[in-house]
Unconditional design. Structure first.
Length: 142
């Protein structure tokens, strides 16, 4: 029995998820390969926050972006394994951003605006998980 056809809005959302997660992988790569010159050019507070991150936080970042990319690709291929990968990614993002914002006290150092982009990332991670679960529920994925 074949799966029902995915609606256009779902295909567009999956395409956007792939692009977003590719951007996340690029951001991760840029983060872990940052040059000494770029690091030196950062404002002192930002550089200090960057340098004091524990390795496990960077590891959570890697899990978040690579699990999300794999989930987005699998979602495009209509595979139900996308859902647990998005859930893993979201959990890793929450761990990573939670520690950066609260464990490292970045909000006090850089201001409340430092929480905006992490909040957007968490919301989009939840949206990708919702998208995958919706695809499964409606029979488009699985």
């Amino acid at each position: 029995m074949s799966k029902p056809s995915m609606p256009l809005w779902f295909k567009i959302a999956v395409g956007a998820a792939i692009l977003w997660t590719l951007a996340g992988v690029f951001a991760y790569y840029s983060d872990v390969t940052i040059s000494e010159e770029t690091l030196a050019a950062m404002p002192e507070a930002q550089r200090a926050a960057y340098e004091m991150r524990p390795a496990w936080v960077v590891g959570a970042y890697a899990i978040a972006v690579f699990a999300a990319l794999a989930g987005a690709i699998l979602l495009a291929l209509r595979k139900k394994l996308a859902t647990p990968l998005f859930a893993l990614s979201l959990a890793a993002v929450i761990v990573q951003m939670g520690f950066v914002l609260f464990g490292m006290n970045v909000i006090a150092t850089l201001g409340a605006s430092a929480a905006i982009f992490p909040a957007v990332i968490i919301i989009l991670g939840a949206a990708m998980l919702w998208l995958s679960m919706t695809g499964q529920k409606r029979g488009w994925v699985g």
